[in-house]
Design a protein around this ligand. Sequence first.
Ligand SMILES: Nc1ncnc2c1ncn2[C@@H]1O[C@H](COP(=O)(O)OP(=O)(O)OP(=O)(O)O)[C@@H](O)[C@H]1O
Ligand SMILES: [Mg+2]
Length: 268
Amino acid sequence: MWRILIVGVVNTMTVHVPEYIERLVGQIYEINKLSEQGCTSEVRKILAASGTYLLKSSFDNRYREWLKMEALVLEKLSNQHAIPVPRYYGFFEDDKSSHLIMSFEKGMTLTKALKNAKNRDEKLTLIRSFGQFLHQLHETELPESLNRENDWLEEQLIRAEKYVRRGQTEGSQQLLEQLQSNKPLPVRQTLIHGDCTTDNVLVVDGKVSLFIDVSGMAVGDPRYDESLAIGCFVNEPKCVEVFYQGYQRYRIKKEEYQYFNEGLYEFF
Ligand SMILES: Nc1ncnc2c1ncn2[C@@H]1O[C@H](COP(=O)(O)OP(=O)(O)OP(=O)(O)O)[C@@H](O)[C@H]1O
Ligand SMILES: [Mg+2]
């Protein structure tokens, strides 16, 4: 008979959580906190009789809202294979915490893969692959389940305004007003990731292969993804060049990069 082992921070997890998880995945052998953690959640690997799962838990109200959005996206995408995301298994919450269970995927974040790259060529190959991967997403047929009626950018500005009002963001009222009155000319909307940094894609066998952290996945402005994607190497021309060898749809202008990466992103 296996004993459930919750290694690490039992105090942040209410005692009922393992019971809920067992209802979804069956008998649990072990739950371990991952060495690589995000900023807005706690992530744990669940080893169960039926397989391996990722438990993502949030405790702060704003992040709990995001986790619920992520659960909704994964659930909506659970019957398709065109968009590479983890498989959805369940979501539950109590008064203090929210929890999402998805498939545990192999690989490491692109941030880590870039750090581990043995030489410059390997780093450039990874960045090119990131460009290709994002290109594919933006060319994917729009899934009916993620379609929206309202304008994506308008919705983001409304969310940003809400966070400013509640004091939940680093972005200022002044910046928000600038963004509201200087919107870039619209482009054709595509499927987007919505937080497309090197932290939120996984690399398997040297190739960027999976999107994680998908709460913002929606039909929206592809320039937002592009800006966030190139953000960590924007001052290294060779890296930007190879990214665009992979991403061949459109190359954002400096003002667009600034609007999205140095503007809108400040609020999220
Ligand atoms: N399905 C998964 N399979 C395996 N590992 C995962 C999975 N989802 C997330 N991870 C791991 O957990 C870490 C945190 O995940 P995620 O980015 O979703 O959390 P987060 O708290 O929302 O991050 P942040 O707010 O910093 O963007 C990732 O860096 C990755 O190492
Ligand atoms: Mg993340």
